[in-house]
Each structure stands twice: as structure tokens, then as C-alpha cells.
Design a protein around this ligand. Structure first.
Ligand SMILES: [Ca+2]
Ligand SMILES: [Ca+2]
Ligand SMILES: [Ca+2]
Length: 403
């Protein structure tokens, strides 16, 4: 890592050198904890024979795996968020553009310290992922929400643009196929078959949608993957429309140069949204996968609260019984708890939606096959990644990857 900047910045670096805890720079192995006694400068960019490869004596705040923070101008002051605050990564004036190699540009909020007090809830929306960085500590006692919700908010950076389903579901006048859920950390559930009874004879069954592949731990911050839209009952505009897709959870990262703490009352969610129920004999929508949460702390990462990155559940297919057409039920949004979100259910002969991911099962559940519309598949889990000296006394679902 090199840190080239202006004279102004070097003075700030010196100020940090005097004030900050250099152990913030130790955990990625690319920087030294403090002056190594070799007589070299502690300025960013100073590299000599006694330094570790690519590092220099002291680069306070530079160790974050997503960015070279020492290249930034000084942090904004203390970021103490207000209840109800909505951070829109497309137009929040505090955003600094953070480029990610191979990945989407993020909005970076960079504070002298960061806190979300007890009783305070904030949400993160917008097309870009959100990174919240602190030159010192981050303490969260309230709720930070970058989830997506059925009919509600879309988490920051949700629905990554390289997501792909293996196949979409098939339209069918006697019961269309359900869509697959969104795959991310694991494979999502496939949709359910529609029209198993081939009630109208001429177009056989409604084939279900199938899920895309899971991906490994991403090298950059990104959102999860949405589910698919359920297939329509037929091409006619008078027929039932497939349930709409559930959106994925968002993309959220925290970097504290010293300690990060999620207190017992603290909650962070990047859960996915549920898929919609199909109309009449249309298929259910697939649930969105969980998103991605990355937390790094220079001296400590302490998790006492609750973190969720589960996928949303699939929507139920619709059905056309003698007493009139009936729409399927929506799938539930991804759960913050270890339990999987429940798929849409309630109609006979319409396929129930698949369950969203849970602590025990990273995959999404399959949508149910039916004589009417097939159910949508459940969304898979997203990623919770904790880097540094990590202590977990709270709960995460899925289980966190500790690096
Ligand atoms: Ca049928
Ligand atoms: Ca058919
Ligand atoms: Ca049902």
C-alpha cells in the first residue's frame, strides 16, 4: 500500500500519528503497527528496507481492506446519527466516492468517530453500497438497516448487476411456474412446477425457474441477488401476472481505525425481501438473497447485538377455483433471527413459496409444485464478514466469516 498525498495531508498524518492507535494498521499484514525504530519517517508513503513489503512505518487508518483511507482528506466530524435518518448513497452530501477494483463505486462516510445511539434507527438506500468509516471508534446501540423489504425500501447497493438466474419460469394457462430465489452465499431455492394436473391439456406443465450459482466470498463490497419474477398465467393481459421478485439485501461496510462495537441493543440487517404472490394461476416470485455486511476494526470487533443477512421467502402461486380467481400470498422478508422467513401460503392447489435462508440452512427452500401456479423459491443467505480481533457474544445469521 502506498499513500501519496499533499503536504496538507502529511500534517494530518502526523497529527494522527500523535493521537491514533497504530494497532489499527496491524491486522492485514500490509502495514506496520508503528515506527519500527529503523530511523525512517513515519509518514505515509515512506518505505525503506526495514519495512514490510508494500507498507511503511505508520499509516493510521489505512488498513481497511476496501480502501486506502490515508489518501482521503480529513474526516468529517463525529458522525452521531439521528433517529429516522435515511442515508441515500446516490445523493447524500456527505458521500465521498469510493472506487472498488472490479466492483461498484461506493459511498463512503468518513467520520472522526461514528455512533448510533440506543433508540436510534437509520436506513441505508440508494444504488451504491455504503461504507461507514471512523478515524477512531464505531459504536452502535441502535439499528442500522440496509435490508430490502417487500413493497418497501431497497437496501443500499442491493440487486448487484451481475446476478443471473439459471432459467426463468414458464408461462402456462393452467398454472404457471414459480420463479427461483436469488443465490449469493449459497444456492437459492428453485421455483415450483405449475399445472401439474395439465388441466387445460394443450401446454403441459409450467416449468419452474431455476436458481443461479452461489459465489465465493466477494473481493469487494456488493449487494446480493434478487429472485426472479413468477411466470404469468398466459400472454393475455386479462390473465394473472406472476408474483414480482424479491430484492436482495444491501451492501454495507464499517471500518473503525480502533474498535468497532455492536452493543447488546444494537441491530444491523442486510436481509433480502420476500417474493410476491402470483395472481390467479400465475407463479410466485422468488425471494431475494441476503446482502453483504463487512466489519473491520483496528483493535477490536465486539458483537453483542444481532446481525442478519438472511434471504427473503418465495411468494405463493395463484389458483383459479370455481368460486373465483384467488391470488397467492407474498413471501416474508428475510429474518433478522436465526429462523428462515416463511414462504407465502394459504391457498389449496397453489404452490407455497420456499423458505428463506436461516442460520441452519444457507440455501433457500424450493417453491412447491402445484396444479395451479408454482411457488417461488426462497432466497439464499448473504455474507457477514468480521475482520480483526473478533468477539461475538451476540448472534449472527448466517454465521459470520471471521478473518
Ligand atoms: Ca392446472
Ligand atoms: Ca398447462
Ligand atoms: Ca398453497
Amino acid at each position: 500500500m502506498t499513500c501519496r498525498s499533499t503536504t496538507t495531508f502529511l500534517w494530518k498524518a502526523l497529527a494522527y500519528a500523535a493521537l491514533a492507535s497504530f494497532s489499527a494498521c496491524t491486522f492485514d499484514g500490509s502495514n506496520e503497527a508503528a515506527d519500527d525504530g529503523d530511523g525512517g519517517s513515519i509518514l505515509p508513503g515512506d518505505v525503506d528496507a526495514n519495512d514490510t513489503p508494500g507498507g511503511s512505518d505508520a499509516e493510521p487508518g489505512c488498513a481497511f481492506s476496501l480502501a486506502t483511507l490515508c489518501e482521503l482528506a480529513e474526516p468529517d466530524g463525529d458522525l452521531n446519527f439521528s433517529n429516522g435518518e435515511v442515508i441515500d448513497t446516490d445523493n447524500d452530501v456527505r458521500c465521498r466516492d469510493l472506487e472498488q477494483e472490479g466492483g461498484p463505486q461506493a459511498c463512503l462516510l468518513w467520520g472522526s468517530s461514528v455512533s448510533v445511539d440506543s433508540g436510534v434507527g437509520i436506513t441505508a438506500v440508494g444504488n451504491r453500497p455504503l461504507v461507514v468509516a471512523s478515524a477512531t471508534t464505531i459504536s452502535i446501540s441502535g439499528t442500522v438497516d440496509a435490508s430490502s423489504q417487500r413493497g418497501g425500501q431497497l437496501g443500499a447497493g442491493a440487486n448487484f448487476n451481475e446476478c443471473a438466474l439459471a432459467s426463468g419460469p414458464q408461462r402456462d394457462v393452467g398454472g404457471a411456474g414459480g420463479a427461483a430465489g436469488g443465490s449469493f452465499a449459497a444456492r437459492a431455492g428453485d421455483g415450483g412446477v405449475g399445472d401439474q394436473d395439465e388441466s387445460l391439456g394443450f401446454d403441459s406443465e409450467g416449468a419452474p425457474g431455476t436458481a443461479g450459482s452461489s459465489v465465493g466470498r466477494p473481493a469487494f463490497l456488493r449487494g446480493g441477488c434478487p429472485g426472479g419474477n413468477g411466470a404469468d398465467e398466459s400472454a393475455s393481459r386479462f390473465s394473472g401476472s406472476g408474483g414480482s421478485r424479491g430484492s436482495s439485501g444491501g451492501a454495507l461496510a464499517f471500518y473503525a481505525a480502533t474498535s468497532f462495537s455492536l452493543e447488546g441493543s444494537g441491530r444491523i440487517r442486510v436481509t433480502g425481501g420476500g417474493g410476491g404472490g402470483g395472481e390467479v394461476q400465475a407463479g410466485g416470485g422468488g425471494g431475494g438473497s441476503g446482502g453483504m455486511l463487512l466489519i473491520e476494526g483496528g483493535t477490536a470487533v465486539a458483537i453483542s447485538g444481532v446481525i442478519g443477512a438472511n434471504g427473503g421467502a418465495g411468494g405463493e402461486g395463484g389458483v383459479r377455483p370455481f368460486f373465483g380467481p384467488t391470488d397467492g400470498q407474498d413471501g416474508s422478508d428475510g429474518a433478522l433471527s436465526p429462523s428462515g422467513a416463511l414462504g407465502g401460503t394459504g391457498l389449496d392447489n397453489a404452490g407455497d413459496g420456499g423458505v428463506g435462508s436461516s442460520l441452519a440452512t444457507l440455501r433457500g427452500g424450493g417453491g412447491e409444485d402445484a396444479d395451479g401456479g408454482g411457488g417461488g423459491g426462497g432466497g439464499s443467505a448473504g455474507f457477514i464478514i468480521l475482520r480483526g480481533a473478533v468477539t461475538i457474544n451476540g448472534s449472527t445469521s448466517p454465521a459470520a466469516l471471521v478473518e
